[in-house]
Write a protein that binds this ligand. Structure first.
Ligand code: PGA
Length: 250
């Protein structure tokens, strides 16, 4: 099984158009991977969620119908006076399947390692899945501190029964820059992550995120150990997302 995650961030996506572009591609590509071959997830804002979930629920296309919808963030608090935040209870109530936690764009805005852990805990409490994002910045990479940086992020999250359900290695310097990490860099991160997961008896798919596109997906997905990708910019167009999904098939 491979995984392909779209992170639409705060972009306005024309949902009718996205659906049409996606369906046009899969209808003209009969060998498009089935839901048991590639799991498709879209992380969207909650305003789009209502419209998009309706489209999915009423769709006659089994591939489109099997897209899972996730949030992009969740509150680390239970409930109360936290203006603008969304609790895991609320996500659960409206039918969202899980959420990204620890995306670098949120870490940059103040999410500490303990915040990320608490968000994971809140999702677990509601039996929702997490997609944990980890990754180093350019300075850390240049200073050869990548290993300790990634291990610190993993250790801070994996405790008291909290563990990643999907784990995306997303080097900050590759996100939204158009410069994807090279195979050597991704491979070394994957092996650091696998050593940690094995030592801690955690079984979870490891993905890559950062400037994934229709042109580099084949090279990226051929890196041993990688089971999928998390895609930002290239997921905003339904056809491009479908092309990436078609190339990710194992
Ligand atoms: P990108 O975003 O594909 O636009 O680099 C990836 C991400 O933020 O997860």
């Amino acid at each position: 099984m491979k995984y392909l995650i779209a992170n639409w961030k705060m972009n306005s996506v024309n949902l009718d158009l996205w659906e049409q572009e996606f369906l046009d591609f899969i209808n003209s590509n009969k060998d498009f991977p089935q839901p048991n071959e590639v799991k498709l997830i879209v992380c969207l804002n909650l305003y789009d969620y209502y419209v998009f979930s309706e489209k999915i629920n009423t769709s006659k296309n089994p591939i489109f119908k099997n897209i899972s919808l996730y949030a992009q963030d969740v509150s680390r608090h239970e409930e109360g006076a936290f203006t603008g935040q969304i609790s895991s209870k609320f996500l659960q109530k409206i039918g969202i399947k899980g959420s990204i936690v620890g995306h670098s764009e949120l870490r940059k805005n103040g999410d500490s390692e303990s915040n990320v852990y608490e968000k994971g805990l809140k999702l677990k409490d509601e039996k929702l899945s997490n997609i944990l994002c980890i990754g180093e910045d350019l300075e850390t990479l240049k200073n050869h501190n990548k290993k300790s940086f990634l291990l610190n992020q993993l250790e801070a999250f994996c405790k008291n029964g909290v563990k990643p359900d999907l784990l995306a290695y997303e080097p900050i310097w590759a996100i939204g820059t158009g410069v994807e990490a090279d195979s050597e860099n991704i491979s070394s991160a994957v092996s650091i992550i696998f050593d940690f997961l094995n030592e801690n008896k955690i079984n979870c798919p490891v993905l890559y995120g950062g400037s994934v596109s229709t042109t580099n997906i084949e090279e990226i997905i051929s890196i041993p150990g990688l089971e999928g990708c998390l895609v930002g910019n290239s997921s905003l167009n339904g056809e491009q997302f479908a092309i990436i999904a078609s190339k990710i098939k194992s």
